[in-house]
Each structure stands twice: as C-alpha cells, then as structure tokens.
Write a protein that binds this ligand. Structure first.
Ligand code: GLU
Length: 330
C-alpha cells in the first residue's frame, strides 16, 4: 500500500513537471512566433500611452491552482486601462448585487466604440454595458465610500487584492488622462442627467480615470484574471474576492463586449471571455483552468493589442481552451 501510494505520488509529480515544461515551452514558442508581428499603433489620444516603448511584449499564464508561467516583458508596469472595468464590475456586483448591474446599467453589447455617446442615446439613455466607458463610470459610482478619497482607496484595494500585491497609480498616466478626459466627463454628466449615476458624476469620472491609470504587469493581470478562472478566489493568495455565483455573470459581460466592437471576432477565433485595454493588455479566462494575459502596446483600430490577441489565440488553440468546442460522442 505504501509502495503503491509512493508510486502514485511520483507519477503525479512527473505529470505536473511535464505540464510545467509544456506551458513554459508553449509560452516561449508563442513569444518567438509573434514578437515581430507587424501592425497596430500605440494609443495616442492619451499622450502618455503614445510614449510607451512599442516593442514591449510579455505573456503570462496563471492556472486555477496557482501556478505561474511567464515569458518576455512581464515585469513592465503599464496602464491597466479598460481591463479595470471587468474588475471594478466584480466589486460593484459584490456591493450592489447582480440585479442592480443588470437593470441599472445593462449587460448587453453596444457594438460601438468604448466611448460612444450615441450608444447611450440609442439604448434608452442607459449605459448598456459595464465595460464601455459610460457603464464603467456608472459601475464605479456603485462602489461606495464615505468620501471621494476613501471610495478610490476601496477600488484600489480591491484591484490590489486581485493582483495579490499593492498596486499603485502611474501618476504620469493619471495626469495625462485627467488632462484629456473631457469626453468622459461629458459622458458622466449625461449619465447623471439620465439618472444613471450613484455618486457625484465628476467624482465617479475621476475615480474611473484613476482605475484606468493603475500600473500592472502582464503577470499581475494573469493573477487578477486567475481569480475569475478560479471561482472567485485569488489562485495565489487564496483570498475570496468574488462570490462564486457572480463569476459567470462577470464573464458573460466580458464575452459580450470585452474586446470592443470586435468581441464577436474574438469569440469566433478564441472562444473565451476576454478583456482588453488601450494600454496594450489583454486577458482571457478559461473557467476552472487558467487565465492568460498578454501585453504589447500597438493596437488595432478599435483598441485591442495586435500581438496580445494573436498570442492568446495561439495559446488557446494549442491548449484546446475554446469553451464552445465539443467532441462528438461515438
Ligand atoms: N481610460 C481610457 C478611456 O477612458 C480607457 C479606454 C480603454 O482602455 O478602452 O478612454
């Protein structure tokens, strides 16, 4: 019996070591395959983002049981931008409940640019989705705090818990965004006029601008998204951050509109919920299995990192992660 248990243990350890080697090799192969991929350009409507070195490229995987694999520029801190929308949605859902998100904000796709004003008007004056700018500011405003600073600290603490380390604002990025976010301020005022703000609209816009300016690495993003792959528990720190039954709700929102107007194209190719940001990051979640994050600043015309998407698509294909795939019963 003891000999059998020992043999079993050695087999399990060998299988785990082989899997680790496979993941490392896959990451290296993926990085080499796409590091010279042409196409796209840094976002430049936020001046800071235009100056981030365009050739940075990092990829990280965090498995649901907490193993971390990384390759390339995974220590470089860049702006989380729109990816924060999915995570602040988690916090707002914990505070306000999924019904408030569904009925007061919406869980459908606008199919329009992330900063669209027309989308608000067309859809009965509502933000439609928590992952476009309008819905993200409304979502942020659902996170409560006794005052503006405390509310922001609550948001930052939550993002830090997801990353498993204290995250910080990239101050230069925040200044750059705050000086050029007139359009977002206008959206916040419009939403307030339509009764879709749960805090002072300028405070919500500022807290949203800050959440977008938080610095993360590709590895941080993989850990953060790992919580969504692991039923709401951070796979590294083991802290519960999202109710298990809310996880599919957040992932459904990401599936609908996580990659802007080309979310359908993404789903068609990758078959996983994802979220991208104009800082060059993209995350994808394979429920119960792993999260993948990639970072490279050049974006396609709608705002998705060209290399990050290609890398994640390749990894998803190699690991058979597509959620929509099935095998025929014989
Ligand atoms: N802070 C950016 C904005 O509000 C985020 C955009 C994005 O990443 O989609 O325009």
């Amino acid at each position: 019996m003891i000999r059998f248990t020992g043999t079993l243990l050695i087999c399990v350890m060998m299988t785990a070591a082989a899997a680790a080697q496979d993941y490392k090799a896959l990451l290296q192969e993926t990085h080499a395959k796409f590091k010279n991929l042409e196409g796209g350009a840094n976002a430049n409507y936020i001046p800071y983002l235009a100056d981030v070195p365009s050739n940075l490229f990092g990829i990280a995987i965090v498995t649901a049981d907490g193993k971390v694999y990384e390759v390339g520029d995974t220590k470089y801190e860049f702006g989380i931008e729109s990816i924060s929308k999915a995570f602040v949605l988690c916090k707002a859902m914990m505070e306000a409940g999924p019904d408030s998100i569904e009925h007061a904000i919406g869980v459908n796709a606008t199919g329009m640019p992330f900063n669209s004003v027309i989308a608000i008007e067309l859809e009965g004056y509502s933000p439609v989705s928590p992952v476009v700018n309008a819905g993200a500011m409304a979502t942020n405003s659902m996170v409560k705090g006794p005052n503006k600073d405390a509310q922001w600290q609550t948001v930052l603490n939550y993002l830090s818990d997801l990353a498993g380390r204290p995250l910080q604002l990239i101050n230069e990025l925040y200044k750059s965004e705050a000086a050029t976010n007139q359009h977002n301020r206008a959206i916040a005022m419009l939403l307030d006029a339509y009764g879709h703000m749960w805090a002072d609209p300028m405070d919500a816009c500022d807290s949203y601008t800050k959440q977008c300016s938080v610095g993360v690495t590709a590895k941080d993003l993989a850990v953060m998204a790992g919580t969504l792959a692991n039923g709401g528990i951070n796979p590294i720190t083991k802290k519960r951050l999202l109710d298990e039954k809310y996880v599919p709700k957040v992932l459904s929102v990401m599936t609908m509109e996580g990659l802007y107007q080309t979310s359908g194209t993404w789903l068609y190719h990758v078959g996983l919920p994802g979220k991208s940001g104009v800082g060059g990051g993209v995350i994808a979640v394979a429920p119960g299995k792993m999260a993948i994050a990639a970072f490279a600043p050049p974006l396609d015309p709608v705002g998705n990192s060209v290399k990050a998407m290609a890398a994640i698509e390749h990894i998803s294909e190699k690991l058979n992660l597509n959620l929509l795939a099935s095998q025929a019963k014989k």
